[in-house]
Structure formats: structure tokens, C-alpha cells
Write a protein that binds this ligand. Structure first.
Ligand SMILES: *[C@@H]1O[C@H](CO)[C@@H](O)[C@H](O)[C@H]1NC(C)=O
Ligand SMILES: *[C@@H]1O[C@H](CO)[C@@H](O)[C@H](O)[C@H]1NC(C)=O
Length: 360
């Protein structure tokens, strides 16, 4: 299959370029708005992108269409680079998708910022923020599973939720287990109590807070092994006898990033929603865009740590950042992770925060 794709891409461009040079009549027949990209440096980059990410395009039209999208995304990455100088932006596994396609395939937090006061969960009591460590990374403590891949399914909310429960389960039992996103995708259709049309709906999106309400009602969650991920919405196969982690209480966390840090240190990883616009082109570094709307929260992820001196913009000195686990596989970002600057509610990351409430 791989071999076929590569051969196809290589031969196709050669053939078309030859035909255009050799025969103007054929040029008319094969006219395509993106033909001008054939044989350019952009097409070379595109070919190595295809190879690296095992992309397959079934027709010549599709190949040319994707080449055009790729071209536009290179320009977008360059714009993002200017707006976000402390990160690196460029070609990512999603460079052949338009912004809209990307949003519908890989994001999936819906309902915008739900009403935190009435989503059925309480608000965490204020915590002491004195004496917090300079840095914390729950990965080093064994509380975070490997980066997973949601695939072309708007199920980020389910991955964000399992991440919180995996962390809480580790803190409670000392054991790390992969938990089942598919159970949430198939079985959880919970709606937000205050926004009746913000319902969890498999690959079409959802909210972590709805998923908590579902888990509390269902009694718990199965393991990934017992209920593996398929990347498609399907029939619910939940078996309560196979629950491996029970959850009793979740909580909203205040928008204050110091409170978030205190909660993270004490209770483990946090689920957050954010605006993912800069993530499609993100390669590495600390993302700290000059402009990033806080209103368009469309992606659910997991905060697993923070650092205090990660990066500097020009001469502004070292700035703190969050370490964020994503669910787009290890080939995206920093081995599947994203770093985002801390302290200014960047990209709305402090507007939809939740976590586990440990009992004494
Ligand atoms: C759940 O946590 C909230 C704080 O978010 C607290 O007010 C509530 O009493 C807890 N419920 C139970 C059953 O422990
Ligand atoms: C989670 O699943 C992945 C992929 O199957 C596996 O490599 C990893 O060891 C599992 N982690 C745990 C803690 O079981």
C-alpha cells in the first residue's frame, strides 16, 4: 500500500509535468488550478510529507487538491510563526487538511464554554498557592499513559476524560492503567444540565464534564484492553462487571492559573478545553501566540505538568508554561505534547478546567 502511494505520487507529477511541456492540448485537458505547483519545491515537500505520514490519495484530482491545501498550510504555518515566535510552526501530520476539515475531524469539544456553575459539578474549594514547586511533571511520576491517537473522530473530550481518570486512579492505587475512551464514545450521551443541546455524541464531539456525570452514573470505566478504541461511534458494549476504575466525584476548577497549578500538584492531571487554532501547525517549543481567541474553545486536552523557566520571547526573560498531553499520536508536536505559556489564560485554556476531587 505504502509503496503504491509513493509510486503514484512520484509518477503522477512526472507524467503531468511532462505532458504539460510536451503537449499544450493535453495541458488543457488536464487543466487544474493547482497544476502550477507541480514540479516546485512545494511539491517536493509534499512528496516527503506523503512518505512520512503514509498518506494515500486515490485520484489525481485528490492529489492536486491536497497539494493546493498543503501549499496554503505552509503559508499559514509561516503566519503562525510570526504570531507565535517562541514556538516552531511548520509541516505537521495535518498539513493536507483545510482548517475546517481539521476542526471537524480532530477537535470535538462542543457547546463552547458551558456554564460552570450549573454543569452538575461543584467548584473546587480555594487552595493555598504558597510553596508550590517550580516545576512538576506527572509523567516522571508514572501517572500518565502513552500518548494516544483519536484518529479522524471528534473524540478529544473522551481522551481528556480518560487522562484525568488515569491520573486519579494512579494517585489512588499506585497503578497506571489505560482506560477506555471507546466506552465513552459509544455509551455516553449525557447532556449538559444547563445547555440541553450540548450532549456527548461520540465522534461528533462532547464535553469532559458531561463524561464525568456519565461515569459517576455508570459506576466506572473499563480498561482499554477490554474495550479497545476503534475511532468510530458504535453500539454500547459496556459491561459493569469489567469496571477497573471507579470515580466518585469530579470538580470544576477556578479560571485562576495559580489555583489550577495548586490543584494539579495535589490531585493530578487536569482536563482543559482550549482554542486549538495554533495546534494544526505546531511542531515544538512553547506556544504563546500574540493573539489567540479565548472564545473559540474547541479542543479537549490534559494538563500533566508545568515548568517555570521554559522559554523567552526576545528579552522578556524566562516565562512559565504548561505541559499538555494531546491525543493526536506521537508524530504530532513534541512526541505528542504541546507546551503553552502560563499566566494569561492563553487560547482560553483556563475557561473550562476540571479534575478529580480526591477524598480524604
Ligand atoms: C464533590 O465535590 C464537590 C466540590 O467540587 C463538593 O462540593 C461535593 O460535596 C463533593 N460530593 C461528594 C459526594 O463528595
Ligand atoms: C497502554 O497502551 C499502550 C498501547 O497499547 C501500551 O504500549 C502501554 O504499555 C499501556 N500502558 C499501560 C500503563 O498499561
Amino acid at each position: 500500500m505504502k509503496g503504491f502511494t509513493l509510486t503514484y505520487a512520484a509518477i503522477l507529477s512526472t507524467l503531468l509535468t511532462c505532458a504539460i511541456r510536451a503537449n499544450p492540448i493535453i495541458q488543457q485537458v488536464t487543466d487544474h488550478p493547482n497544476n502550477h505547483l507541480l514540479g516546485t519545491a512545494t511539491e517536493l515537500k509534499f512528496t516527503s510529507f506523503i512518505q512520512k505520514h503514509n498518506k494515500q490519495y486515490s485520484t489525481r484530482e485528490e492529489y492536486l487538491h491536497r497539494l493546493g491545501v498543503f501549499y496554503k498550510n505552509i503559508a499559514r504555518a509561516a503566519e503562525h510563526q510570526l504570531l507565535d515566535p517562541s514556538a516552531v510552526h511548520g509541516v505537521t501530520p495535518f498539513s493536507d487538511l483545510t482548517e475546517d476539515e481539521f476542526e471537524s475531524m480532530y477537535l470535538g469539544v462542543k457547546g463552547g464554554v458551558g456554564d460552570v456553575e450549573s454543569n452538575g459539578l461543584g467548584m473546587a474549594p480555594e487552595m493555598d498557592v504558597e510553596g508550590l514547586p517550580e516545576d512538576i511533571d506527572w509523567r516522571d511520576k508514572g501517572a500518565v499513559t502513552d500518548v494516544k491517537m483519536q484518529g479522524t473522530c471528534g473524540s478529544c473530550w473522551a481522551f481528556s476524560t480518560t487522562g484525568v481518570v488515569e491520573g486519579a486512579n494512579f494517585l489512588a492505587t499506585g497503578q497506571l492503567r489505560n482506560l477506555s475512551e471507546q466506552q465513552l464514545v459509544d455509551c455516553d450521551h449525557t447532556c449538559d444540565p444547563s445547555e440541553k443541546d450540548a450532549c456527548d455524541s461520540g465522534c461528533s464531539g462532547g464535553l469532559m464534564t458531561n463524561a464525568y456525570n456519565y461515569l459517576m452514573k455508570a459506576g466506572g470505566i473499563q480498561s482499554e484492553e477490554d474495550y479497545p478504541y476503534t475511532g468510530k461511534s458504535g453500539e454500547c458494549m459496556f459491561d459493569p462487571k469489567k469496571i477497573v476504575a471507579k470515580v466518585t466525584n469530579f470538580t470544576n476548577i477556578p479560571a485562576d492559573e495559580d489555583q489550577m497549578a495548586a490543584h494539579l500538584v495535589k490531585h493530578g492531571p487536569l482536563a482543559v478545553g482550549l482554542n486549538a487554532v495554533f495546534m494544526q501547525t505546531y511542531i515544538g517549543g512553547v506556544s504563546c501566540p500574540l493573539i489567540c481567541s479565548k472564545k473559540r474553545v474547541n479542543h479537549g486536552v490534559l494538563i500533566v505538568g508545568y515548568g517555570s523557566k521554559g522559554f523567552s520571547i526576545l528579552r522578556l526573560g524566562n516565562k512559565p508554561y504548561w505541559i499538555i498531553k494531546n491525543s493526536w499520536g506521537r508524530t504530532w508536536g513534541e512526541h505528542g505534547y504541546y507546551k503553552l505559556c502560563r499566566g494569561s489564560g492563553m487560547c482560553g485554556m483556563n475557561t473550562m478546567v476540571s479534575g478529580f476531587m480526591t477524598h480524604k
